[in-house]
Design a protein around this ligand. Structure first.
Ligand SMILES: NC(=O)C1=CN([C@@H]2O[C@H](COP(=O)(O)OP(=O)(O)OC[C@H]3O[C@@H](n4cnc5c(N)ncnc54)[C@H](O)[C@@H]3O)[C@@H](O)[C@H]2O)C=CC1
Ligand SMILES: CC(=O)C(=O)O
Ligand SMILES: [Mg+2]
Length: 615
């Protein structure tokens, strides 16, 4: 029971000495009053309620309330986590306005992090659309209203020359993953400037909710370099700097300083995920930094991985190989060309040479077909897909001309997969693939229902944001979400767990294959080419383990010796959102219970409703 061994403070990394009690580290941190030497940053009393990592609300046991000095600071009643979850579920359901649901969950995350993640885990399908697309899109558009308590770091172009010192202000030392945006292409909503912060916050929430990356490892960053959206510059609620976007050398040297500062502060294996940069910067920055930092671009590589996974899974329905298809893209930006490139890699594994596979892939952008002879320049990142064909802007005619079998929409323009186009797809092939990937929902190239209606129910459909079940021919179909959220949390987990120092393209192909191999026959039967979200954490661990294997194969790991079993290793690594125990049981207190015995969460809510009705 007594010892004087040194230990590290989990809170600030300072070495502290245990002088009397040898208990679990968490407990040690909580009983600072009973030890002689302690970390100066240790918390007391009310701090436990204010710190979302430690707060348990009414789930603090009586002995914890005593030991931590919080007795009386919270109401007397004790609630189990199940009861707390029930109250949260009930509260979320009470809000009709989706933005209020988002706000409720954000506040919960800011108050009681573990309860937030426990709640999300009860129904990922239900909560994902709130903390992520589509509702996060709405939250970004109204971020001036949503913005309350700091979550994530804003580094502005005015901080140039001082980026490292701003980074030092982040209170957590052991950051391992950063999601960064400059807010210029937020989903399909365009340039939202500093309002884009909702995206790195949402993306990192999914690191934890879908893959169990410890939240303390995660740092959301918005690089506020201005905005070119006039109405934001004039918006009195706008939270960013009011200037036009920095471009050219000013922008590039700022990013360079940022990248260097991150590595200096958090080490060479800090993972930096680029998110929602506009096309001109996204591909350029990826090319510039990919080989020098542990970095990836989610819109380019993550999206590619999830769509290639969908295409692989669909081969089981269509009985066509990946290389048997004719791919036609609407949109040739970050996502479009990222997907096209990974399709080429996937076809290589079927024995098709890149020059041959590129012939099966056609891309349109805002200026029409990527054709060598067209008058508008073919963007440099997509040059290798430009065709020796007559230029055209007529997408509809082109669907007929090349007999497309797979349509991929990444254009940000809604309803561009018209009924005529969808009908033509059904004429081209018995099981056409339709990916309407633009986010949020109202930007989708077509709805799930439209895709089924206009292809006689024969299509294989996936969308970037979720659609309700489709009714067709007396049957219900549950279409899947072709969204990078299926893979990037698992990929990140694998990279972090192996302490990889780079995150190159092969990791994304491995993730695609792992995801595809986890699609069950039942999924396919109900119209889904992605697995159920119910199993997403397990899936992320599988993806992470496969990514780890690839990391070792490519000699990119820093963790040695290599774990014997990567799956087991990752399982051990992930965050457990259950409440921690901060104090042992006290004999002289009655056992914790809320006082009213309920058998289930539903029973508790029914009781609450019945009581309120009577009033
Ligand atoms: N489902 C998912 O996981 C993902 C979805 N996306 C969505 O895809 C969309 C595009 O994203 P990025 O490729 O990063 O954007 P981007 O800005 O890099 O590319 C957009 C492309 O669409 C083209 N385009 C614009 N208007 C068009 C029109 N009327 N007709 C044909 N092409 C047109 C542009 O020329 C450009 O090639 C966004 O809505 C985004 O939310 C992006 C990444 C992941
Ligand atoms: C899903 C995503 O990353 C996007 O729409 O940008
Ligand atoms: Mg994105």
């Amino acid at each position: 029971m007594f010892s004087v061994s040194p230990s590290f403070c989990a809170n600030c990394g300072v070495v502290v000495k245990l002088s009397k009690l040898t208990l679990s580290r968490t407990f040690f941190l909580t009983v600072r009053n009973s030890i002689d030497d302690y970390c100066p940053n240790l918390m007391r009393g009310i701090d436990y309620l204010k710190n979302p990592q430690f707060n348990k609300g009414l789930a603090f046991t009586m002995q914890e309330r005593q030991a931590l000095g919080i007795q009386g600071l919270i109401a007397a009643n004790y609630k189990t986590v199940e009861e707390q979850i029930a109250i949260c579920q009930f509260s979320v359901d009470r809000y009709k306005d989706p933005l209020n649901k988002y706000l409720y969950l954000t506040e919960l995350q800011d108050n009681n992090e573990r309860l937030f993640y426990e709640l999300l885990a009860t129904d990922v399908q239900k909560f994902l659309p709130i903390v992520y697309t589509p509702i996060v899109g709405l939250a970004c558009q109204r971020f001036g209203l949503v913005y309350r308590r700091p979550r994530g770091l804003f580094i502005t172009i005015q901080d140039k020359g001082r980026v490292a010192s701003v980074l030092r202000n982040w209170p957590v030392q052991n950051v391992r993953a950063i999601v960064v945006t400059d807010g210029e292409r937020i989903l399909g909503l365009g340039d939202l400037g500093a309002y884009g912060m909702g995206i790195p916050v949402g993306k990192l929430t999914l690191y934890t909710a879908l893959a169990g990356v410890p939240p303390a490892y995660c740092l959301p960053i918005t690089l506020d370099v201005g905005t070119n959206t006039q109405h934001l510059l004039e918006d009195p609620m706008y939270i960013g700097i009011r200037r036009k976007r920095a471009r050219g050398e000013e922008f590039d040297s700022f990013i360079e300083e940022f990248m260097r500062a991150c590595v200096k502060k958090y080490g060479q294996d800090v993972l930096i995920q680029f998110e929602d940069f506009a096309l001109a910067n996204a591909t350029r920055l990826l090319a510039k930094y990919q080989k020098h930092y542990c970095t990836f671009n989610d819109d380019i590589q993550g999206t590619a991985s999830v769509i290639v996974a969908g295409v692989i899974a669909a081969t089981r329905v269509t009985k066509r190989k990946i290389s048997d298809n004719v791919y036609l893209f609407l949109g040739a930006g970050s996502a479009g060309v990222g997907i096209a490139n990974l399709l080429v890699d996937a076809m290589k594994e079927e024995g098709v040479k890149p020059d041959e596979s590129r012939k099966k892939i056609y891309l349109f952008d805002v200026d029409g077909l990527l054709a060598k002879k067209r008058k508008e320049k073919v963007p440099i990142h997509a040059k290798h897909f430009a065709k020796d064909m007559e230029p055209t802007k007529n997408f509809e005619e082109f669907v007929v001309k090349v007999k497309a079998t797979c349509l991929i929409g990444v254009s940000t323009v809604p309803n561009t997969f018209t009924p005529t186009i969808l009908k033509q797809m059904a004429k081209n092939i018995d099981r056409p693939m339709i990916f309407a990937l633009s986010n949020p929902t109202h930007k989708s190239e077509c709805t799930a229902q439209a895709a089924y209606d206009h292809t006689e129910g024969r299509c294989i459909f996936a969308s970037g944001s979720p659609f309700p079940p489709v009714k067709f021919g007396g049957k219900k179909y549950y279409t899947g979400q072709g969204n990078n959220s299926y893979v990037y949390p698992g990929i990140a987990l694998g990279v972090l767990a192996s302490f990889a120092h780079h995150a190159p393209d092969p990791l994304f192909l491995v993730a695609a294959k792992t995801l595809a191999s986890n699609v069950s026959d039942e999924d396919l039967k109900i119209g889904r080419i992605y697995p159920s979200l119910g199993d997403i954490k397990c899936l992320s661990v599988k993806i992470a383990a496969a990514v780890m294997e690839e990391v070792y194969k490519l000699k990119l790991a820093s963790l040695y010796p290599k774990p014997k079993d990567c799956f087991e290793y990752v399982l051990d690594y992930i965050y457990n959102s259950s409440y921690q125990c901060y104090a042992p049981e006290l004999k002289d207190y009655p056992p914790e219970e809320s006082g009213i015995k309920v058998k289930s969460i539903k029973e508790m809510i029914d009781m609450y409703k019945a009581k309120n009705k009577k009033k």
